[in-house]
Design a protein around this ligand. Structure first.
Ligand code: GUN
Ligand code: FE
Length: 452
């Protein structure tokens, strides 16, 4: 008789829809040998007791403690892997200065592959410890350093998208950090997609390639066009930066006479596998175009606070049907944690919706839109991230990958407390979203395997 490879007995929570959570009290989750969820059984289900008994006999039962809450693994849609060493540094500079003065020199160092190996090993392990089970990475220009990043993800078992950064514009990229030519950028982007394909393990790959033009200013039209053709040929994910700051938006408009979103579409780069970081200055027409193409936004509220001088119009984008998830934007954002990022998204939304200027009447202080709820914030960090990537992750549901984290309450050193005499499971959920941190994460599973 077929039996699952892992059964986890836990109280958990997930967000099947925007704004709606489902509490799974004392459920049994059966996971097959490919890491896919087979069944989620409530204790009253007629098969529940036999499943637990069988799992106990086969020593494949993992029982969570009464203080533990199981949640889907966190999804980070936007990380610059080679910027890890500068987390928290020089964020008072404007974006264009920060890139030229600090970021490009640092990213250029990843042509040293021993350096890349050390930094990427540390980054992947740290993000897993923070509960990021799926990470979407910009690498650097150097081809082999990106292979090293993909290898680190495979070694430590983190689900990831990895992109070789393409940037060939001579006026915008320094001589020491630029693809040697447009042809080289295209050829290495293509070779990187092929390389990741040959690294895949079986039919259920953990690491996928992403076509990665850095942003429109750093790429020539020819390169963007060629990468659009590559996206059409391979069906791969695409990632870039979109309408991030006043400087960037006006640069694109004066060069191409259109918005970033329209330009990406014209280059063939706006697909249902595209993830665009920031997108702060997108118009309602841009939102409609993104929704029509199925492209997603990586909302990066921490770095927006520094580089954007604006708050991403999240409510409006969601109501236009745009897929949105969260990104730390390491190192434009100063935290490696999607919990921190989610809370900052919540605060940014409250400020934008409710207002910032006390000298105005309450009715005129903010956008007047409804701020994010706690349940929506959690949905953004989990389910919505999976949807943005079109991957079966972020929910406890048959057919989805078992990517999950155990969040432990009442450990000394963390603010995540619960009192079973007073708190309902909904109370515990709200406390988790607002207070849990890395110190509460006791176990991390990706694709059914324990990773920390
Ligand atoms: N735009 C182009 N490159 C970058 C980057 O590395 N970080 C951010 N935040 N924006 C960018
Ligand atoms: Fe970024």
């Amino acid at each position: 008789m077929h039996f699952p490879s892992l059964v986890v007995k836990a109280s958990g929570v997930h967000a099947p829809e925007q704004g709606r959570i489902e509490i799974l009290e004392n459920c049994a989750i059966a996971v097959d040998e490919t890491g896919t969820i087979e069944q989620v059984l409530h204790p009253t289900h007629s098969d529940h007791d036999a499943l637990i008994e069988g799992a106990e006999q086969r020593k494949i039962l993992h029982r969570l403690d009464k203080n533990d809450v199981l949640i889907p693994g966190l999804v980070d849609l936007h990380i610059h892997a080679p910027q890890w060493p500068q987390l928290g540094k020089a964020l008072d500079a404007p974006l264009e200065d920060w890139l030229q003065k600090y970021t490009f020199p640092l990213e250029a160092k990843f042509a040293d592959h021993d350096y890349a190996r050390t930094i990427y090993d540390d980054l992947v392990r740290t993000l897993l410890a923070h509960g990021t089970t799926t990470a979407v990475y910009f690498g650097s220009v150097d081809f082999q350093a990106n292979v090293i990043l993909a290898e680190a993800c495979l070694r430590h078992g983190q689900r990831a998208l990895v992109g070789k950064v393409a940037m060939d514009h001579k006026g915008q990229c320094p001589d020491y950090y630029r693809d040697a030519s447009t042809e080289t950028a295209l050829e290495e982007s293509r070779r990187f997609v092929e390389k990741i394909s040959t690294m895949r393990q079986g039919s259920n790959p953990l690491v996928l390639p992403a076509i990665t033009p850095r942003f429109i200013p750093s790429c020539t039209d020819e390169l963007l066009h060629g990468l659009g053709a590559l996206a059409a040929q391979t069906g791969c994910h695409v990632q870039s930066h979109c309408s991030e700051s006043d400087w960037e938006v006006s640069h694109v408009r004066s060069r191409l006479g259109k918005s970033d979103t329209e330009a990406f579409d014209d280059f063939g780069l706006l697909t249902n596998r595209t993830i665009l970081a920031h997108s702060n200055f997108i118009s309602e027409q841009d939102m409609a175009l993104m929704a029509q193409r199925g492209a997603a936004v990586a909302h990066c509220p921490l770095s927006n606070a520094y580089f954007a001088n604006a708050v991403f119009p999240l409510r409006k984008a969601l109501s236009h049907g745009v897929d949105v998830g969260l990104g730390t934007d390491i190192a434009g954002g100063f935290s490696p944690s999607i919990f921190d990022t989610a809370r900052y998204a919540l605060m940014a939304s409250r400020h934008a919706c409710c207002g910032t200027a006390p000298d105005r009447l309450q009715s005129a202080r903010g956008s007047g839109e409804t701020p994010l709820t706690t349940a929506e914030t959690f949905w953004l960090a989990t389910t919505a991230g999976g949807r943005a990537l079109s991957l079966p992750i972020g929910l406890f549901k048959p057919g989805y990958a078992f990517d999950a984290i155990c969040v432990r309450s009442n450990t000394t050193g963390s603010g995540f407390r619960q009192d079973p005499d007073v708190d309902t499971l909904t109370d515990v959920f709200e406390k988790l979203v607002l207070t849990a941190d890395r110190s509460c994460i006791s176990d991390v599973w990706v694709n059914g395997k324990r990773r920390t």
